[in-house]
Ligand binder design. Structure first.
Ligand SMILES: *Cc1c(COP(=O)(O)O)cnc(C)c1O
Length: 442
């Protein structure tokens, strides 16, 4: 087979790191195409992010009304930001190394509504769609109180419209939960590897679950096809969505405020390093785009993927982006990091990440469980396996030569590991994850 005028063998010969990827060895790849922010050409700007934030604010009274978990924050869906010094100690002894700088966790595992980072992108895209429909129908103006979206008349109005999404799990949960709450007729197309509890929870919330025989790419293809055949239907397309991406990007404004509240400066002397678990690249890409708008070249973002699902890594390394998938290189896309079990990168997000991401590293599934258990023991924070992937980032990147190559002094670095999910995982599943990790650490 030929990809981009070369066979798999020619690609591997040209790039020894590709051979390691194909052999499923963990690697750290630094992005040679990363640009200074002033040299980037991006199809979105800070103004788009500000508009996205304004939409979230219009919907805040509605969200506070229908999701009691967001009442305390006045309907703002945001997660805490925590210093995790005990985990830093645990990592230092696990890797037998000194980690320069401070270590923080961005706890999207606690996000309301969906219990994962998907509460940002997924909820945003559905709210955006609902607003468009309500505005066109003359049901509301942007100056009205959006609490009205909780009224029966709105629910009846939205029941004429369908929403579809393809998902390995977490995106389906976020789209399903918010769509059903608004009154939409929502269908979630789930890949074979999606966990049964996710399907049950969705059905309980009023979504229709379609089980697709195949992986995430197949679930998307199937969902897209069936949704497009349904009248009045809208498909949330994880492989190319602008609105998911914008929903994620708003995290940067929120984080900026949290850092300020804690008197944490980000500048040349105090560089910010962010470690983001990556599936199609939408969530990490959107957050990276947002952070770059806010912190410019003082923020360094790294994505992390399982060795069995290095979709974005392959897309960026080869430059072929969404035109290539892990299966093209004989990689099976089988991982227990279910939020990351993605074979093909998002076309929309890859165009940004190509210019903005500092690098991508991969890790083995066993390490996900070990890191999960270390975090639980040291900080009593429980995250899902995917969400633990960023925890080894500071060690891997500090060792990679990135700082030396870029003239960065990491002595006063601020490391933020993005914990992308966990809150909705049933207790028993979480106990099994933990026990698995503990067993491996022995
Ligand atoms: C979806 C997801 C990610 C990655 O998001 P993408 O947009 O697919 O890159 C990371 N972690 C968890 C827990 C997720 O559910």
């Amino acid at each position: 087979m030929v990809f981009g005028q070369q066979t798999k063998e020619q690609w591997i010969q040209r790039d020894p790191q590709l051979k390691k990827i194909v052999d499923l060895e963990p690697i750290v790849w630094l992005n040679p195409k990363q640009k200074a922010i002033k040299d980037t050409h991006l199809p979105l700007s800070r103004t788009d992010m500000e508009e996205a934030e304004a939409l979230w604010l219009r919907f805040a009274p509605y969200l506070a009304e229908v999701f009691p978990a967001t009442q305390e924050t006045g309907g703002i869906v945001e997660s805490p930001f925590r210093l995790i010094p005990e985990m830093k100690k645990a990592l230092s002894s696990y890797f037998e190394t000194h980690i320069q700088g401070e270590l923080y966790l961005k706890c999207d595992n606690e996000l309301a509504i969906a219990g994962s980072v998907k509460a940002r992108g997924g909820v945003y895209e559905v709210l955006h769609h609902a607003e468009q429909l309500a505005l066109s129908a003359g049901l509301i103006t942007k100056d009205d109180n959006y609490k009205a979206f909780a009224d029966e008349t709105f629910k009846q109005f939205f029941s004429q419209y369908a929403i579809g999404v393809g998902s390995t799990g977490n995106l389906g949960l976020s789209i399903g939960i918010i769509s059903a709450e608004l009154g939409f007729d929502v269908s979630v197309y789930m890949s074979a590897d999606a966990k049964p509890w996710k399907k049950e929870l969705l059905r309980e919330k009023g979504a229709t679950v379609h089980e697709v025989d195949g992986d995430f790419g197949k679930a998307i293809a199937n969902g897209r096809e069936e949704t497009l055949q349904t009248p009045n239907a809208y498909f949330v397309d994880d492989e190319k969505s602008r609105n998911l991406f914008l929903g994620y990007s708003v995290a940067a404004f929120r984080l900026q405020k949290q850092l300020k509240d804690e008197n944490i400066a980000i500048d040349k002397e105090h560089p910010l390093f962010v470690y983001l678990p990556c599936g199609v690249g939408g969530a990490p890409g959107g957050i990276t785009f947002g952070l770059k708008q806010v912190f410019g070249d003082n923020v360094h973002c790294f994505f992390v993927e399982p060795t069995h699902s290095p979709a974005v890594l392959l897309g960026l390394m080869t430059g072929l982006k969404e035109k290539i998938c892990v299966q093209d290189f004989g990689i099976d896309n089988c991982t227990e990091g279910d939020g990351l079990a993605v074979g093909r990168p998002s076309s929309f997000a890859s165009a940004f990440s190509e210019q903005l991401v500092s690098g991508v590293y991969t890790l083995e599934d066993n390490e996900l469980f070990e890191l999960l258990a270390l975090l639980a023991d040291s900080e009593e924070i429980y995250v899902e396996p995917s969400a633990a992937a960023g925890l080894c980032g500071p060690h891997k990147i500090l060792q990679s030569g990135y700082c030396e190559e870029n003239g960065i002094n990491a002595e006063k670095a601020v490391h933020i590991v993005w914990a992308t999910g966990g809150a909705l995982v049933p207790k028993e599943d979480m106990e099994n994850f933990y026990e698995k990790g503990k067993g491996l650490l022995k």
